[in-house]
Design a protein around this ligand. Structure first.
Ligand SMILES: [Zn+2]
Length: 147
């Protein structure tokens, strides 16, 4: 459903963010839609915004004033989240890792993120920081049906 008087309210970093912002706007009662990439722009808007390479959230021009606080709030929160993530990398916020052997969790200093430590409960190996690509870590369930 095309908007009557479209206005590009938000330039998102990726499609997921665009849909998140769109969802927030719709929840606030503002009609919004996401344009994910260039290929769809030509279809919807006749090529009027053909230079866009990032997903955008479009709203009615009449809704700009109502949308502004929603977008401002989103920007503020995402900035806070980024700042918090950066601090976690350097400051000593402990990382909670769960031992896959005994099922108990333990806190490790942030400086150990990405390393393998011993579980303080059962002395099994625990990967701190939950990196998904630790080599040699078999994740096959112990009680699987088996071949
Ligand atoms: Zn353990």
């Amino acid at each position: 459903m095309p908007l009557r008087d479209p206005f590009a309210a938000y330039n998102a970093g990726n499609n997921i963010e665009a849909h998140l912002v769109c969802h927030l706007l719709v929840e606030s009662g503002i009609e919004a839609m996401v344009i994910e990439d260039v290929s769809q722009v030509g279809v919807w808007w006749g090529g009027t915004v053909s230079e866009i390479h990032k997903p955008q959230v479009w709203i009615e021009r009449d809704d700009i004033e109502r949308a502004r606080p929603v977008l401002t709030e989103y920007d503020r929160r995402s900035a806070e989240r980024r700042a918090a993530e950066q601090q976690d990398g350097s400051e000593a916020a402990p990382i909670c890792a769960t031992c896959e052997k005994c099922g108990k969790s333990a806190n490790f200093p942030a400086t150990l993120k990405g390393t393998v430590q011993l579980c303080p409960h059962c002395r099994a190996y625990v990967d701190v920081g939950e990196d998904h690509d630790i080599e040699g870590w078999e994740e096959t369930p112990a009680d699987g049906a088996g071949d």
